[in-house]
Design a protein around this ligand. Sequence first.
Ligand SMILES: [Fe+2]
Length: 580
Amino acid sequence: MDRESMSNEENYCFDVGGYLIVRGALKRKEIEACNEALDQAGQIDGMLGWPAPLREPFRDLLIHPVLVWYLNQICGYGFRLEEEPQLIGEVAGNVGVPLVGGNEPRDPARTYYHQNDRRECQGVRAIWALADVNEGDGGFVMVHCSHKSNVETPQDVLTGEDDMGLTVQPVLQAGDLLLVADTVLQGMQPWKGKGRQRLLSYEYAARGVIRAKGTGPKVQEDPSADELTPEERAVLYKPGYESTTPPPTVGSDGERTWLEDRSKIIHPSIYIKDPNSNIDEKEFYFWDLSGYLVVPNVMTPEDLELANEAIDRFEDRIVVGGELSGGSKSLVGTGRPTLGGLINLPKPYCEPFRRMVAHPAVVHRLNWMGASGFRCGGPTAFCAVKGTSGHSLHDANEPLNASRGYVFQNGRSYCEAITVTWQLRDVNEDDGGFACVPGSHKAQYRLPQGVRSCDDHMGLVVHPVMKAGDVLFFMDGAQTHGALAWTNDIPRRGMLIKYSSRNFNRSGGEMVQPENRWGNLIDGMTDAQLAVMRGPDRDAHHGNVPRLIVEDGKVNASYERTRALYSRETPTEPLAKESR
Ligand SMILES: [Fe+2]
């Protein structure tokens, strides 16, 4: 490889999605060598030990330069083979069993670590495609971003009984290399492809990981000393042997110790799940995993009809705003039409919109998503017509934006800005409208330009399909989101309500002004002093104005703006009366 490190796109994809597809990693000759050896041997595993020359193509893959280059960066230098290669799928009989993986409870020997731009993924599965896998072929499936899930995987998602639309089957060409974080939920579905299924899986682990035992004769030896008590022997165990894999479990009540069945792991928590929380656990899982949630069928047919009638009746008040594709080729189009002031329409037309703002289905969920005390400015109708531009994707967890971010801690969702969108019309697969990057609310790398524009989205962008009457919640500010260009002859009817948490201001207001907040106290203050006497205002990353700058030991107020959004109350020039 002639690059020093993975591109931001590659880092972003593995960080957000938990996987990376390296296209065309194998040359035709290499693919043929593997396939011919497999045909000749007629076996699905043990290939590293097959008689020469049959084993050679698989020993080559074990340390293939493309693989080594990526694993050095993803797993860390010194990574090692954890499990021998094998063909997976129908031939291995591992089809249709529940998915494995997920990040709750955490398994430190498998999980994904990331801090300060450094990553160590403790387990990575490398799957070599030795034949094409087309859309709908079945075979290997995974749940994107589940390597960072904070919530236990619901049983229905594991079994596929109700996968909540989360399982994805990657499309591969012969020669592609799929790298998957070990804690990504994954499994095998029945093969429906026309061609043969040839997926060869190698399991790697970081240098220090202890998991499976080896297969050599020494593994069967017992290295423990005899003269100790069983509990003492258990604590002095040496890893890597049959007798110590999994390791012994020693129980204790604080008074005495005893040996438990070694398949049991003791790791108590000081918390227990709250059966009275009134949270739907599947919804919480989906929310934490994806950064959005669609709740079906919330509106009554009467409200749906009246709300649609209201938009029809006041259509002439629709204002066409700016074109928002941001230079994207795929999102380009005309300006975005919106209709505001819906809660102030004459009766009865305002009524369905007034019922939206504090609807029980919304309040109930906002309370667990970000705590009570939230507020909003009422709904705005997004009425894109055929040809209306998309809105290039924006916002993310990186860079950090505390006032609109997402944190999960001790069983709680702390989301500081949530937008709720009521659908007055169906949104079909190809219509356009809301789109987002599931998992981006936990991203540690910057949003790549190709994902922002959707021109090269790497399969990370999702466009949820919805029905009239459904309600969408999304992490506005934490999650990367935007809209696809509208393509349906029937215009979009999404009613957006932006909720802010009790903890942060997002929109200025008169109490931002120093004199409104402090009265006479500020009389005669300098600009630098006034800069710190303002009330809470919108947090515009580092570009907040006015802000204090120290130069040559002197403190000055800066009013220089960046490209961020500011409230109307944000000044652009000095405020102090004497300096005007
Ligand atoms: Fe937005």
